[in-house]
Design a binder for this molecule. Structure first.
Ligand SMILES: Cc1cc2nc3c(=O)[nH]c(=O)nc-3n(C[C@H](O)[C@H](O)[C@H](O)COP(=O)(O)OP(=O)(O)OC[C@H]3O[C@@H](n4cnc5c(N)ncnc54)[C@H](O)[C@@H]3O)c2cc1C
Length: 462
């Protein structure tokens, strides 16, 4: 790069913004990151409460499919912190019933045989009906899901006539775990895309957990790396508006009245915040930006409960179709650094973390009422093991706008990272890439945005 370094202003210090900062600083740009909150990390952020316990925006599972994320973690030398769990999906039901989809270490699709034949819950007839519904997917592979974006997954399943039990017990928690919306709302494309990837790539559905807090193993190492090479990170710095004039971005107006300028601007904001900072003149002028108003974000609630006895012994992610806890884990098993309560070792007991969804009707309820409903779901799933269990501590985080809502017909509005405005780029889970709104998606979107900036700056991408 010439001695005159080009500058990039990154709006938003979530995973996409922090990834982009690292990639750009590695390519020789001057980088500044503006983050509205006190802490970086956005939807994967984590912080210690006043008692010394880590709180997270939400339970984060690492899918084997996110190769771009593991490449990033290798670069900052924290890939060792992803602890891979046994390759299986376990569902817990009311009354203490449970079933597990196991896989075998065989080439696709044979790796799925035990899940179909030996899950111990669905009959062979039900699994055969389901397998039949996937014939178009097996034949057309990744070409098929985009053709089904006009349907909700529930509508697609209705057409395919696979049984209600499969929908209620397997796919409902899966849809809620993936995007916090039920099968009646989620686009069929999403579930089919995920199913196609799991079917084609045996290791893509394996899940891992971080050894501890994302702050310690992802965000701080990313910040330290980029700061050591000259990147500037400003927290508590909210952007109010992009200043658009004469066909390009001239600067950003901060909430504190200041104006900042750069050669390039990369918005790595959640969709609802991006829509707020885009000026009307840009939205009205261009269909690309105008279409973004159609994308919306989903509410979700994260709850942690510490119990005084061990209720679930599973060292893995758990799903539940019943109650309000579609996906959860016993962090005291899955996440070694989290075996604490108020800073004191907490072994042989339970520290559950739950994604509570669908959350729209729960958002207005009190913490006590939501914890009560979560606790009830736990006791229904573990009637024996939870008998006499006392809650020692409970925390709750409400996120009114989390991931973008992938409902039917929304795919067309997901923007590319390169925009019609020469010096404006976008990143974030909602933008177009393989992994939707996820950690893998955030990293991939940042990689693509950086490719666009490098190209625009006339540099060779190595
Ligand atoms: C409860 C929960 C559970 C999840 N579980 C998983 C999981 O198991 N696996 C998985 O892969 N993904 C999971 N996700 C999704 C994943 O967290 C997101 O897809 C990913 O973190 C998105 O990153 P991002 O950088 O695109 O956006 P964000 O993380 O939203 O980052 C955007 C940043 O921009 C900042 N910002 C907003 N407005 C402004 C402004 N005006 N000025 C300056 N800064 C601003 C925000 O504060 C934020 O830090 C989960 C999400 C949630 C909420």
């Amino acid at each position: 790069m010439s001695s005159e370094k080009k500058s990039v202003l990154i709006l938003g210090g979530g995973l996409a913004g922090l990834t982009a900062a690292k990639r750009l600083i590695d390519k020789g740009f001057q980088v500044k990151v503006l983050e509205k909150r006190e802490i970086f990390g956005g939807k994967v952020s984590s912080w210690k409460d006043e008692e010394g316990d880590w709180i997270e925006s939400g339970t984060h599972c690492f899918f084997g499919a996110y190769k771009v994320l593991y490449d990033l973690l290798k670069e900052i030398k924290t890939d060792h912190a992803v602890l891979w769990k046994e390759h299986q999906l376990t569902y817990t039901l009311n009354g203490g019933e449970r079933f597990t989809f196991n896989t075998w270490d065989l080439p696709s699709p044979l790796h799925l045989l035990p899940a179909i034949a030996k899950n111990g819950y669905f009959t062979l007839g039900e699994m055969a009906a389901f397998s039949k519904s996937l014939i178009p997917l097996a034949l057309q592979k990744d070409k098929y899901p985009p053709t089904q974006d006009h349907l909700t997954f529930a509508e697609w399943a209705e057409q395919k006539k696979f049984g209600k039990r499969l929908m209620d017990k397997m796919f409902r928690p899966m849809a809620l775990a993936l995007k916090f919306i039920p099968p009646e709302e989620i686009s069929a494309k999403i579930i089919l895309d995920v199913t196609e990837t799991f079917y084609r790539l045996p290791d893509s559905s394996r899940m891992g957990f971080l050894k501890g807090a994302p702050q310690e193993y992802i965000h701080q190492p990313l910040l330290d790396y980029s700061a050591s090479k000259g990147a500037i990170f400003k927290n508590r710095t909210a952007v109010d508006e992009l200043l658009y004039d004469g066909g390009e971005i001239k600067g950003v107006q901060l909430r504190n009245g200041e104006i900042m300028t750069a050669d390039y601007y990369l918005c790595a904001l959640p969709i609802h915040n991006l829509n707020k900072v885009l000026p009307d003149s840009l939205k009205q002028h261009d269909r690309f930006f105008g279409g973004l108003d159609n994308l919306d974000a989903v509410p979700v609630i994260s709850v942690q409960i510490w119990y005084d006895k061990e209720i679930a012994t599973d060292d893995n992610v758990l799903f539940s179709p019943d109650g309000v806890i579609p996906v959860y884990a016993n962090l005291a098993r899955t996440t070694p650094d989290y075996r604490t309560l108020r800073g004191i070792p907490f072994n042989g007991k339970t520290r559950f973390e739950f994604c509570v969804a669908p959350a729209r009707s729960l958002m207005g309820l009190t913490k006590e009422e939501i914890i009560r409903q979560v606790d009830l779901s736990v006791r229904n799933c573990y009637p024996e093991a939870s008998r006499g269990a006392q809650i020692l501590k409970a925390t709750l985080v409400k996120i009114p706008h989390s991931v973008y809502a992938p409902t039917p017909f929304m795919e067309q509005y997901r923007p590319t990272q390169t925009t019609p405005v020469r010096n404006l780029f976008l990143a974030g889970g909602f933008s177009q890439q393989l992994y939707y709104d996820s950690m893998g998606g955030a990293v991939m979107s940042a990689n693509l945005a950086v490719e666009g900036i490098v190209k625009e700056a006339g540099l060779m991408d190595s």
